[in-house]
Design a protein around this ligand. Structure first.
Ligand code: ZN
Ligand code: ZN
Length: 319
């Protein structure tokens, strides 16, 4: 099969189809999304070598459990041992022996086929088109914040970063009735958020008062975002960290102590919650897709993303 392969450098290769143990399904990838984490992986994050890609929608072509065959699916990316103390506590996403599709020791979805345990799969309801279903994984990550902390109605929340993840987080928190302000640097992306009825602030052009938000979600993808988040969060507030970056972040820890700020790391979330939001059209994702490339043009797709800084680029291995 064709796949994008990273071994310090990304290239298009002809590789074997993924090995499929009996518990796993073989899935033909329809669309795969390129995310910020993939771009960090190409810079060295997680030390990954192999086929990247962890956001996808596909169709099951092989599975020992025949009920899955032909089903359109999305898949949870953490493949867990089910035996360690984290798995036994129901915190499988923290399994110490986990592999993570396209991120840690497991081939990803920038390929014609990908394998995942059948237990990781979720069927996509017919109301959700392919190009929306591919957002299930990042949307689940956005929903994770609500699993980790209560956000009361009318809480003043700033989402720092107007990229794809920021815009998903903003919509999820607004759906939870928070008062959301999106802070970004891109007029077109902020325009989407204001079109959805959110307050927006153009960083660098409009001032943002210190200590003015109860919750600040850092989704800029850059270490400087954290410094900014700590400046605008109010005493006793919470900074939620959503970006994973390869570099180290520098910030003044005294701010955490003096203002008693909580720093909350937040990663992957529950798929069913995200599927429900997509099915109910509570979150807009159509406007986030900038362009779709065939898998063969994968390098060009990464390049396009770097050049344009656009919201979302999809790869279509089936095209
Ligand atoms: Zn991602
Ligand atoms: Zn485990």
């Amino acid at each position: 099969m064709k796949a994008l392969y990273f071994d310090g450098k990304l290239s298009l290769r002809e590789t074997d189809e993924p090995q499929r143990p009996p518990s796993e399904a073989l899935i033909q990838v329809i669309y795969a999304g390129i995310c910020g984490t993939d771009r960090q992986i190409l810079k060295g994050y997680s030390g990954f070598r192999g086929i990247p890609g962890h956001e996808f929608v596909g169709r099951v072509v092989e599975c020992d459990d025949a009920r899955w065959i032909g089903k359109r699916v999305v898949g949870e990316i953490n493949v867990i041992c089910r035996a360690c103390k984290w798995c036994r506590r129901g915190l499988g996403r923290h399994c110490q022996r986990r592999t993570v599709m396209g991120i840690i020791n497991r081939p990803g979805a920038f390929a014609e086929f990908v394998a995942l345990p059948a237990t990781n799969l979720h069927e996509v309801p017919p109301e959700i088109p392919d190009k929306a279903a591919v957002f299930t994984e990042p949307l689940a990550a956005a929903c994770e914040i609500l699993e980790q902390m209560p956000i009361l109605p009318d809480t003043r929340v700033a989402v720092l970063g107007d990229g794809r993840l920021g815009l998903l987080v903003a919509q999820v928190l607004r759906h939870a009735h928070a008062e959301v302000t999106v802070i970004g640097r891109h007029g077109d992306k902020l325009g989407l958020a204001s079109g959805w009825g959110m307050s927006v602030v153009h960083a660098g052009e409009q001032p943002i008062a210190d200590k003015s938000f109860t919750v600040v979600v850092e989704a800029t993808g850059s270490p400087q975002g954290l410094e900014q988040a700590l400046r605008i969060v109010e005493p006793r507030g919470t900074v939620v960290m959503k970006s994973t970056f390869h570099e180290l972040a520098r910030f003044d820890t005294a701010k955490l102590v003096v203002d008693e700020v909580t720093l909350l790391g937040s990663r992957c979330g529950d798929f069913p919650t995200a599927v429900d939001l997509l099915r109910g059209k509570h979150v807009k994702v159509d406007e986030l897709v900038s362009r779709t490339f065939p898998l063969e043009a994968g390098l060009e797709a990464f390049h396009y993303l770097d050049q344009t800084g656009c919201l979302k680029v999809l790869l279509a291995p089936g095209a």
